[in-house]
Every structure is written in structure tokens, then in C-alpha cells.
Design a protein around this ligand. Sequence first.
Ligand code: ADP
Ligand code: MG
Length: 452
Amino acid sequence: MSFKGINLSEKMLMSLKRQKYFLPSDIQLRSIPKALKGDTLMVQSATGSGKTLCFLIPIIEKIDLKNQNVQAIIVAPTRELAQQIFDFATPFQEEFEGLKIRLFKAGEERDASKKGLSIAPHIIIGTPGRLADILSDGTLNLDNVKTIVFDEADMLLKEGYFAEIDKFVYKTPAPQFLVFSATLEANLSYQLQKYVGPNTPIVNEEILTSSNVSHYLIDIRHQDMKLALEQVINIINPYLLLVFASKKETANDVYAYLRAKKFKVGLLTGDLSTRERKNVMKQIKNENIYILVCSDVAARGLDINDVTDIINVDFPNNLEFYYHRAGRTGRFNKKGNCYTFYNNDRTERALRLIEDGVSFTYLALSGGELVEGHPIKKTHPTRRKKDEELEKEIRRINAMSNAKNKKVKPGYKKARKQEIAKAKQKRRREIIKQDIRRQRVERYKKEGRENG
Ligand code: ADP
Ligand code: MG
């Protein structure tokens, strides 16, 4: 179905056409009509599936251009993302004449931010802290805010930004909330209920990763990780490669190594200044570099065009980030490859992804070549279920001590730690018992066969 199938204005259709958005993506088809009606929504879909337009189109359609007041607020967790959304939004001004959009992001001068606000923008885009600064002091009237967007909502939550967000949300009159993320765990939905209410529909795609991405596990067999990386880069010969590391120290280390080896490589971690980050992005655009080493947080949600390959030198601490990493490639019908290093004797994390439905091709690095690797065996389903229960329990404990009570007892961190340790210990005992039982069964089977 084309954009014409959705009830959009002529102006909007013209604008989309001029920007070469010819067909809506699946998630756009599913969410835009609902958002246009004013529904509050939680939208979960793969990275690269086009979530930005899912909120920009309905927001811009509904702006009353004659009303010089703030009508929509878009919250993003990083300044790059805020900038990116802004860059997505401004081209619409060509058809929507008089549409005012302002970007407020961390890192710029506070006073500069406040300049020119005597005429209110229709749409405000920004990072939580800066938005709280600008919007909570009464300079801008928020009575006409119709829509509030949380983009990459799980990251907003994990970074603890909702205290800042509260400061301006409560100044708006019950607007529509549009919540976006590639992953929406139960825990997140729970935390967001304060804003969206308990019965908000979740609009989602079935799959977390785009089918355009091929996933590979590379058993690096205890080789030095950096050496392995160098070899794999030489073998796959990427056009544009992102290398992910879970820790920024590892990212720094990998970057220094690749540089020393004369690769055209850049670095993107949370430590960089705005200027340094901009510079890195420019270097990619100008094709001065074709490898970018990233930490998870820094690269979240970034839309870099034409990434052909991803190499994960380790698994992310939070396994959900695997999907965010993989989602940097295979965007909008382009093909991509996602390679992940592991050692075949440490497979828990890989197994979790396999059981989540990621379909891997197994490779091993041997003598400087990529060869066929051995598949990883699946764990027992009941074991997996039990593990999930444990995780849920830990989340519950954490959520309890995070929620509301600012005036927690002094020892609460310790108590929480203890409670979690206890739950984990219980689970370990179960596993040991299970293993003993299983070994016994195996032995009986074997002995039975041998005897009879
Ligand atoms: P997400 O937020 O889901 O990760 P984005 O909104 O960043 O995805 O979009 C990913 C890419 O797809 C962007 O480069 C965007 O320009 C492109 N895109 C989005 N919607 C369309 C569309 N309907 N037609 C063509 N390209 C699109
Ligand atoms: Mg996005």
C-alpha cells in the first residue's frame, strides 16, 4: 500500500514524494493511522524500520500552523539522535510553510538555547536534561502540547532520564504519548504506565531483527581478539564496517590497534565532545574512514547509511543491544552482515540469542581463514524457562527499589544485592541438582544398553 492509502493531506503526500519516501514501511502503515487519530501508542520495531517517520508524519499533519505555541515535544536519549530527528524533520518545512522546529541538545550554551524563544516553535526536539531546563521555567506555554514522543524509550529509562522528563510532562495537558523502541520489555512497559496508562496497545512487528541481516558467530578459538579482528577485516573486506565493543576501554584499545595497523578507522564513544563526534560522522560521509569502532551507548539509534558489516568483538552486557548493533546494517532493504566473536567453550550468551530466534551461521577462525564452525547445542527448554524466571525476579527486585521511594533506608542497596545473590544461588543449586540428575539418567541409559 502507498502513503495514499493512509489518510494524509496533499501537502504531506507531496512532501513525502519529494523526499523520495515512496512506500510506507510495515510499521509506518500500522502506526501512523492510529497516531493520527490521537491514540497513545507504544511502538516496537526493528532498528531501521522507519520509526522516525511514524511519529513525524502524524505530528506534522496535526500541527496548527496558525497557533504559535508548542504543540509537540520529541525526547531522544542522545544529542546525536536528537540531531538526527531534527534533520529528518526540517525538510518538511518546504511544504509546511511557517512550521517552526527547534532543537535543544546537551552541550550547547544554555543562554544560546533560550534565545529567540519569544516566538514559540511548534515542535521541540531535544535531550531530557536540556528539555527540562527549557520547558520547566514557564518561558514557553505548554498548554497546546498535543503529542509527546519518547524515542529509544528503553534507553531513556535505563539512563534514568524520567526524573528530568517528569519536570515538563506535568506541565502539559494530557497529551498523546508515542513511545518508540526496538525492544520493549515488560519492565519498561510497567515503568511507562505512569504516562501511557495500563491499557496502551503495543504496535509491533513480529521480528526483532531485519531479515536483510545475516548473522554469523565466529569461534575465535582463544586467539588474541585484536589479531582475530584484523584477520576478519582483511577477509571480509568491508565497504563500511562498524566494530562494537561492550566496554569503552575495549573500544579505545581496538581503535588504537587498528590505527597502528594503518586501517582507516574512527572511534565513537561517549567520551567524545560534540565536535569530535561530528567530525567522525563527517569523516564517514567523506569516505576518509570506512571502519568505525563504537561503544554500545554511543552508537545507539544512529542512522549511518550503507553500513555493510558489523563485527562484535564481544557480546553486549545487555543482550538486547545485540539487536541494536545488528540493526545498524541491513537498513531499508539493503543487505548486511553481523559477525560476533565468541569462544566455543563459553556459549551462554550466544545460546540465548539462538533461543530468541536469531539464526546464526557458524564460522571459525583458523590459520587466518574463516572456515565452517560447529553449531552450538541448545539448552534444555525448562532450563531456559527457569533462567528467565530468575531474570524476572532480579528485575522485580531492582524495580522495587528504584520505584517511587526516594527516601529508601540507608542499607537498601546492600539488601537488594543480598536478595539478588540469594535468588542466583538458588538457581545455581537447581542447575547443579539438574546436572546430577541428568548425568545419572545418562549413566543408567548407558549401563542399560551395555547390560541388555
Ligand atoms: P528506526 O528509527 O526504526 O531505526 P529510521 O527512522 O532511522 O529507523 O529510518 C531508517 C532509514 O530508513 C532512514 O535512512 C530513513 O530515511 C529510511 N526510511 C524511513 N522510512 C522510509 C520510507 N517510507 N521509504 C524509504 N526510506 C525510508
Ligand atoms: Mg530511531
